[in-house]
Each structure stands twice: as C-alpha cells, then as structure tokens.
Design a protein around this ligand. Structure first.
Ligand code: IPD
Length: 280
C-alpha cells in the first residue's frame, strides 16, 4: 500500500504539532494528577485536552474515520485489546497517544512526545511523532521513507549487540512482568555497550529510526505507544517484531525494534533470558 492522499500526512503533522506546542506551553502547570491503574499510571488534564484537540482536528477532515486514543480506553490489557479489535472493524483508524511519556511530562523531564498513526485495513500507512522539547518531527509514509524536518532518516550501522546502545522501559501498573524486565536487563547489560531507559516508548522508537539507538525492547505496551514508531523504524531501514521475532502488527504488546543488523541476535538474547513477556 502506498499512501496516495497527501492530506492524511498533512493532517497528522498538523495535529501532532499543534497538540505538541500546546502540551509544551502547559508544562509545569498540571494541577490535577489522575491515576489510572495506580500511582505509576498517570493521566493529566493536558493528556485529555491534547487528545480532544487531535480528535477534533482529524474528524474535521475525515468525519468517517475511527479514532483509537489512549485516553478513551479503560486501563488494562483486556480493555486495550477489545478497543483495538473494535477499531479494526473500520477501514481507516487513527491511533493516538496524546502524550507518550506522561510520567516524564509530569516531572518536567523533557522526553515525551505526541504519537499519531493512521492504519488502513489494519496496516499502518502514516506515522508521525512530534517531540516538542527538541522541536523534532518524525514523519513516515508507508513505502516512502521517513524524514525528520525534511532529512531522510536511516538506522545505525552497528552489526553486533556488543557495539549497540539499547533502550528499554518498564511497563506501568503490571508488576507480573517485573521479573522478566530484571532477567532481560541482567542478561543484556553485559552483552551490549549500554542500556538507557528514557520513559517514552514512541520516542525510543523514533531514536532507533534516527540511528541514535541501535535497538529498543519493552514488554506490556499498547497499540498507541507503538503504531507510529513501528512505521517510522521500518521506513528508516530498521526491523520491528514481537519479542519472539514475529513481524509487527497492531496487536503486538511486547516489542523489539532495531537497526535490522542486530535484530536476530537481540531477539535470541531475550529468548535466552526468558524475558519475552507474558503473551509473547
Ligand atoms: C508509557 C511510555 C513508557 C512506557 C509505558 C507507557 P504513556 O506511555 O511509553 O515509556 O514504559 O509502558 O505506558 O502512558 O506515557 O503514554
């Protein structure tokens, strides 16, 4: 599938930039901290306001399209899976995370972003990630490459895990996967150059695409954390799969993204560590 309507991408860019600027202008003003599944799982009035803003903008242009937004779904894996299944009954589905990295946003740690993807019949065809702190806009269209401010992005060149800078994250509100996170870290730390955990899955994916990270893995994510980033990585020459090495689709919760060259070594290391996640 090749994106034929430039307007999809234009609307995604417009929505991500507008929401991102607004989010940044509200930094440090959050008064009411909402907790979803617990004290680690935060939502603010800024997340909700940004999602509303993005929804309105998309629906003005495409009133028949479906929108799957993080803040419109109850917490928990079952509710997410149900919402995704329902959304995928429609041809065109926009998948929106108004702030990926809400914890960072609340603490003023400048590593958060807006993530917007458009899927057609279950396949992501447009992915846009906007980082307001660095004013970086990552844009990918299926079959057309990925660009940051007009410059084509390319994944990094490392060919071995031992030369790689890897990122990971810790899923919020799911303590059952903690032993797997620890096992993954224990096994990988001696094998790689180093590990980072920035706190935004979408931005970690964008950084893999930009060649700033060699790879990223995390277990227990949702479609809105990954959809835009997955296309952005693929269109930059990288690979995206689940932690067992099966190709990425919107239902993947346990993800591995990489510069492609280290992918199989990376997946094998997670398998050896038994760190592939609950439904991986
Ligand atoms: C979170 C971030 C974080 C990841 C969490 C996600 P949110 O997204 O991507 O890096 O570790 O699992 O929930 O909730 O800030 O949109």
């Amino acid at each position: 599938y090749v994106v034929t309507s430039k307007s999809y991408t234009a609307v995604a860019i417009n929505a991500a930039s507008k929401a991102g600027e607004w989010i940044k202008s509200k930094l440090g003003t959050v008064k009411q901290l909402g907790m979803k599944s617990g004290a680690q799982d935060l939502v603010t009035e800024v997340d909700k306001g940004a999602e509303q803003m993005i929804r309105k903008l998309i629906l003005t242009h495409f009133p028949d399209h479906h929108i799957l937004g993080e803040e419109g779904v109850e917490p928990g894996p079952q509710a997410s899976a149900d919402a995704l299944k329902e959304a995928l009954d429609e041809d065109y589905v926009w998948i929106v995370d108004p702030i990926d990295g809400t914890t960072n946003y609340v603490h003023g740690f400048p590593f958060y972003c807006v993530s917007i993807a458009l899927a057609y019949q279950g396949e992501v065809i447009v992915g846009v990630i906007y980082d307001p702190s660095r004013d970086e806009l990552f844009v990918a269209e299926k079959g057309k490459g990925c660009y940051v401010h007009g410059n084509r992005m390319e994944v990094s060149a490392e060919g071995r895990l031992s030369e790689s800078l890897i990122a990971t994250g810790f899923p919020v509100g799911i303590s059952s996967t903690l032993p797997m996170n620890m096992a993954g870290l224990q096994h990988l730390v001696p094998k790689v150059r180093n590990i980072r955990s920035g706190g935004s899955a979408a931005l970690h994916m964008a950084y893999v695409a930009a060649g700033r990270l060699s790879g990223f893995w995390e277990i227990g994510l949702n479609a809105w954390d990954l959809a835009a980033g997955a296309l952005i990585v693929q269109e930059s020459g990288g690979s995206v799969s689940d932690t067992l090495g099966r190709p990425y689709d919107l239902s993947v919760r346990n993800v591995v993204a990489s510069n492609r060259k280290i992918h199989s070594e990376f997946v094998e290391a997670l398998k050896e560590a038994n760190a592939t996640g609950l439904n991986g």
